[in-house]
Each structure stands twice: as C-alpha cells, then as structure tokens.
Design a protein around this ligand. Structure first.
Ligand code: HEM
Length: 329
C-alpha cells in the first residue's frame, strides 16, 4: 500500500517537473490515476520536513481536512437549510391552524410591569447581536449560492467583508448579554414539576387548555436554556476560531467549526419560533419587551401564578392605560 502511494506520488512529481527534465519524457497522471492517488492518500497524514520554526507548516496533507471540507460545503448547508425551512413551514401551518393567539378576556386596560429597563435593554442587546451574527453567519454558508447570483460579485464582496467584521466584533456584546441574562433570569428559569404539566397540556398553544405558569412557562425556560447554554457553546467555539491556533491545533479548530456551525443554525431555527410568538403570533406579547408593561388580562392568561406573586408583593397593576376592554362600545 505504502509502496503504491510512493510510486504514484513519484509519477506525480516527475510529471510536475516535466519542463525541467524534459529528456526523461515524463507523462502526466491520467484522471483515473489522480483519483487513485487521492483515494490512497485518504486517511494518511503527509508530513514534510522544514527548517523554519513554525512546525505546523510541515503538514502537507491533513486527511481530516477532507471530512471537514465535506462538512463545510455540504453537510452544514443541508442541515441548516432543512432546519430553517422546516421551522418556517411549521410556523406557517401553526399560523393557518391557530391564527394569532388572542387575549381571550379582551384587554383589561390595566397593565403590570413584566420586564424592567435592564432586562429589556439586555434582551435587545442579545437579540440584535444574535440576528446580525446569524445573518452574517448564514452568508458564510449560503451567500455564495443565494446572494451572489442576485447582487453580483462587487456588492457581495462588500456585504461579506462587513459581515465578517460584524461577525467577529459582535461576538463580544453577545457574550456579555448572555452572562447578564444568566445572572438576572436564572432564578426564574429553574425547571420544576409545573413545567412538565405545561408541556403535557401542549403549552396552551395546542388545544384550549390554560396550563398554570409562573414568571416563565416551560417553553420559555427551554428558550432561556437554549439561548444561554447553546449561546455559550457557540461563543466559546467561535472564540477558538477568531484566534486561530492560539488555544488549539488544526483538528481542534475543525471540531470547533463543526460545533459552531451546527449549533448556530439549529439555534437560529429554534429562535424563529420564539421571534414569531413574541411578535406576530400572540396578541399583547411584544409589549413585554417593548414598553415593559403588559395588559393584566394577558398576564393572567399566560402567567397566572406570576400575577398572584406580584399582587402579593404589593406590585398592583397600573392605572388604566386608556385601552378599552374588548367588547366595549
Ligand atoms: C425580533 C426578535 C425578537 C422578538 C420580537 C422577541 C420578543 C420577546 C418577547 C416579547 C419576550 C417576552 C415574553 C414574555 O413576556 O413572556 C422575549 C423573551 C425572551 N427572549 Fe426574545 N425576542 C426576539 C429575539 C430574541 C433572540 C434572538 C433571543 C436569543 C438569542 C431571545 C431570547 C429571549 C429570552 C431568553 C427570553 C426570555 C424567555 C422567553 O420569554 O422566552 N429573543 N422575547
């Protein structure tokens, strides 16, 4: 086996040196032979000998690189494409079947503070950086196939270059936001038995049951942990890539890239559902992250135990906002 590789490599090298030693009448490898060399080399690390200090440059062929390239060019694009399109399709079906989730008792016209300024500012720091990181990351995987043919090479180059700067630098505020999010919300996101009942009742999204929930329901706790734990893994693997060879070798970087790419596309697909429910999908939800004040009937419908706790602490609902209860007039 080793001999065959050497023989074929020798033939290759002689072929490459053809102009210099023309009298040996070398011949180039046929396509079939080149493919045979490729196949034989698969799985073999080819090291050279060098005199410069950077020993990494002695690696001529790193076989795992083939698998990594396959992941980058093929697997990641397919997994990402399927995950994102499936989620969009799922949300479209959900919208058609369920419509916009209404406040069933209508607007109370009184509001209660759901998230304070720090919570909202931090949420939007995490969300806006995540969205730009997500779009600039997707451009790395899909841009060449989707955006380039539409906008042309000049515009695509500018978009990709700025996208890459954004992707590198926004990693820092995103990570800071994750740490703050963990500190301020972890106490409300510890899983408990009520969450299991919430999931069994389909979260009130499927069917008409209204499962009990405290400040965050089971689904929101999933969103929280996916954001914090998934985000942490994406961030750590991303830092290993921003600082190449500082903390790990080429194999470690390939592994980081696989983790980074797969987790980010899966997180993006999962968060599409969150973004939908938090904006178009549910009446009254966006206010929680907009003004911070939610309608009392919205709060009672989705987080009845939390409302009771807030009332018990004397944090009574604000005076009427001027909104009329639905059905009035
Ligand atoms: C345009 C995009 C987004 C919108 C409209 C949005 C909206 C909202 C709203 C309204 C809430 C409060 C829900 C409640 O009162 O119970 C919320 C909470 C939250 N958001 Fe977002 N969000 C967006 C993007 C994101 C992104 C990208 C992330 C993570 C990277 C994220 C992570 C969270 C987390 C962890 C919570 C607390 C748990 C939960 O309520 O699900 N959000 N968001």
């Amino acid at each position: 086996m080793k001999f065959r590789i050497l023989a074929l490599l020798a033939a290759l090298l002689v072929g490459a040196a053809a102009p210099v030693i023309a009298q040996t009448a070398p011949r180039a490898l046929s396509m079939a032979e080149e493919m045979e060399v490729q196949a034989l080399l698969r799985g073999h690390q080819i090291q050279g000998r060098i005199t410069i200090p950077d020993e990494r440059l002695a690696t001529l062929i790193q076989p795992v690189g083939h698998d990594w390239r396959g992941f980058h060019n093929y697997t990641l694009a397919w997994v990402g494409g399927i995950a994102l399109l499936s989620m969009i399709a799922l949300l479209a079906v959900f919208r058609l079947k369920r419509g916009r989730i209404p406040i069933e008792a209508g607007l109370a016209g009184r509001t209660i503070l759901r998230f304070n300024t720090l919570e909202r500012a931090n949420h939007w720091m995490v969300a806006s950086t995540f969205i730009i990181l997500g779009l600039s990351g997707l451009n790395l995987t899909f841009g060449r196939h989707i955006l380039l043919p539409i906008v042309g090479p000049e515009v695509f180059t500018v978009i990709s270059q700025w996208g890459k700067y954004a992707h590198n630098f926004l990693a820092f505020p995103f990570t800071l936001g994750l740490v703050i999010m963990l500190l301020i919300w972890v106490k409300d996101n510890i899983p408990n038995a009520r969450d299991i009942a919430w999931f069994k009742a389909g979260g009130g999204l499927i069917g008409n049951k209204h499962p009990e929930a405290g400040r965050f329901n089971g689904g929101q706790k999933v969103v929280f942990w996916v954001t914090v734990l998934g985000g942490a893994l994406v961030a750590v693997s991303g830092y290993l890539l921003i600082f190449p060879f500082t903390f790990t070798d080429v194999a470690g970087m390939q592994l980081s890239h696989v983790i980074h790419g797969l987790l980010s596309v899966l997180m993006t697909a999962a968060l599409l559902a969150h973004i939908y429910i938090g904006s178009l999908g549910m009446e009254g939800a966006f206010d929680a992250m907009g003004t911070g004040q939610v309608d009392l009937n919205w709060a009672k419908q989705h987080h009845p135990l939390w409302v009771q706790e807030e009332m018990a602490k004397g944090r009574a609902a604000e005076a009427p906002t001027g909104a009329k209860p639905s059905g009035a007039d």
